[in-house]
Design a binder for this molecule. Structure first.
Ligand SMILES: Nc1ncnc2c1ncn2[C@@H]1O[C@H](COP(=O)(O)OP(=O)(O)OP(=O)(O)O)[C@@H](O)[C@H]1O
Ligand SMILES: O=P(O)(O)OC[C@H]1O[C@H](OP(=O)(O)OP(=O)(O)O)[C@H](O)[C@@H]1O
Length: 318
């Protein structure tokens, strides 16, 4: 099948082809009923039940394709969007619009130095060698340290572009943490999640450049706005279902107002009469991370038969 000929009448949706964000993205697609079969080694897959084609790309390249309008929708990290925006030619505005934070892929882009070295403050790195996969953000960061302003600030105002930096910033594509030990860098700018990689390399973080999570992005140039909205609504439903559980319980009518203060729901809790006139049943959405505390507090107001049920999908406002 000539896949490329099938692309012109489809909305193109880019997802990471490998790496940290990929599995969560595939789970999101499956929860959104986006059905496809990816042939071995092919980076394009036609969606069976919607006029969409999935394009599997490195997370770092997704903002470029989306920004140029070649791809309508994409999932990548906020760090990658920020890097793309920071690397645009002087004066050019970004065409990548962040639609929704997806909650997974949390990490921080941090300035790191050898734990046992003399450098304790990022300013100590001025004029020295810094290695990173995020050269544009790192240049912006050191521009601010050296000159008090970033390139993007000089774009929006009347200032001229930032002058040449004293700090020498070099690109490496991976294993950035090895650069200090190899004598290539005095400091690095790299992603940190658990901090294990950083500690194992004998490094410590001295500042944060960007905090990141996975994000759904769309092209400001898309001509497929209807499909973009449909997929956005579906993904939103799956994300909300992952964040919330449905909590149901029975409570004496006399304690109802206390109980509903604990579980106000998203709009309002559903209250149903029971055969026993002094009791009511309540159901409300509760954020997963608050569930244990909510259940403790419900018991304190004599609620009983408290159940938490996982949601597969949801459609609610906000
Ligand atoms: N340790 C991490 N924990 C959570 N999210 C991360 C982590 N490392 C990276 N990410 C997120 O995943 C995105 C993709 O990073 P990842 O290293 O998986 O990319 P990749 O495409 O496999 O590239 P590479 O070949 O450079 O490793 C990052 O931009 C960031 O948003
Ligand atoms: O704080 P941690 O939980 O240890 O995660 C951080 C590491 O994860 C990422 O690299 P990855 O493992 O994706 O490989 P890479 O070095 O090839 O990019 C990142 O570049 C760090 O090296």
């Amino acid at each position: 099948m000539d896949l490329v000929n099938h692309l012109s009448d489809r909305m193109l949706f880019a997802v990471p082809k490998k790496g940290r964000l990929q599995q969560a993205c595939l789970d999101l697609l499956s929860g959104s009923d986006i059905q496809f079969k990816r042939e071995n080694r092919l980076d394009i897959a036609l969606v069976k039940n919607l006029p969409i084609a999935l394009i599997f790309l490195p997370a770092a390249d997704i903002p470029t394709f989306v920004g140029e309008g070649k791809v309508d929708l994409g999932i990548t990290g906020i760090d990658q969007v920020a890097e793309h925006d920071a690397s645009l030619p002087y004066g050019e505005a970004s065409n990548v619009e962040q639609v929704m934070d997806l909650g997974f892929g949390k990490c921080k882009l941090q300035v790191q130095v050898p734990e046992k070295g003399d450098i304790k403050d990022a300013k100590d790195l001025i004029g020295k060698n810094v290695v990173t996969s995020f050269t544009a953000l790192t240049e912006d960061y050191f521009a601010r340290l050296e000159t008090g302003r970033t390139r993007s600030e000089s774009i929006s105002g009347t200032m001229s572009p930032v002058p040449k930096l004293k700090t020498k910033i070099k690109f490496v594509g991976g294993s950035v943490e090895a650069a200090c030990a190899l004598g290539v860098a005095d400091g690095i700018v790299d992603l940190v999640e658990s901090g294990e990689t950083m500690r194992a390399a004998g490094l410590c973080a001295i500042d944060t450049v960007v905090e990141s999570t996975a994000v759904l992005v769309k092209s400001k140039r898309t001509s497929n706005q209807k499909l973009v909205n449909l997929i956005t609504a579906r993904i939103k439903g799956v994300i909300q279902a992952q964040r919330y559980v449905l909590c149901t319980y029975n409570v004496p009518r006399s304690r109802l107002s206390e109980a509903t203060k604990i579980t106000p729901g998203k709009r309002a809790p559903t209250v149903t009469s029971l055969d026993e006139p002094d009791w009511v049943a309540v159901s409300a959405m509760v954020e997963k991370k608050e569930l244990a505390t909510v259940m403790d507090r419900l018991e304190d107001v004599q609620a009983t038969d408290i159940l938490a049920t996982a949601l597969i999908n949801s459609r609610t406002t906000a």
